[in-house]
Design a protein around this ligand. Structure first.
Ligand SMILES: [Zn+2]
Length: 184
């Protein structure tokens, strides 16, 4: 059996990663592919049962607490699944996510991931980094700097403090170019 393709979509916040993922979801559905969409449970911004883009397009998904839970609930086999979509991969556990993605790819299932490549301090997210390293195809997308409008590769934290995994919206983070970004 041919191994599945792994594609990873990365970028800063507000670059449109979830929109890019959604585009691929809609393509797959249009081709009558059997798909499953997962996101980590930590992301409570809008809903636990949908992935939501910043312009409010949605698709139903299953929120992952642990991969053990997922495997109890879903039979992720080639028979029942053509493509698995994972959103916000930076918040998924590195080791178990890598293990399960590897199993899916080995059973011929395609996997499409989307997530932040770096935190607001400019440090790479471990799970995203590992998935990038494993990917057959990488799409890096860019936002626009909130100060000057140039291409933004960084996420700037507007307020001080808070943990690394702080999930927030435009009140906490914004996209910035290298000239206008500093780690925070
Ligand atoms: Zn700028």
């Amino acid at each position: 059996m041919q191994r599945g393709i792994l594609e990873t979509i990365v970028g800063a916040m507000f670059a449109g990663k979830t929109s890019e993922l959604l585009k691929r979801i809609l393509w797959a559905e249009h081709q009558d592919k059997k798909i499953i969409v997962f996101k980590p449970l930590i992301d409570n911004r809008y809903s636990n049962e949908n992935i939501v883009t910043h312009n409010n397009l949605t698709h139903k998904c299953y929120a992952i607490k642990t991969w053990t839970n997922v495997l109890k609930k879903y039979d992720i086999s080639k028979k029942k699944t053509d493509v698995v979509f994972l959103d916000e991969v930076q918040f998924m556990k590195t080791q178990t996510t890598l293990q399960n993605v590897e199993i899916m790819l080995n059973s011929g299932i395609n996997v499409v991931c989307a997530g932040l490549d770096q935190d607001s301090r400019g440090k790479p997210w471990e799970t995203s980094s590992m998935l990038l390293g494993l990917s057959d195809k990488i799409t890096k997308i860019y936002g626009f700097c909130n100060i000057c409008g140039n291409e933004a590769t960084k996420t700037y934290r507007k307020i001080k403090g808070g943990g690394r995994t702080k999930v927030g919206s435009t009140d906490i983070y914004e996209p910035r170019c290298l000239k206008h970004w500093r780690p925070r």
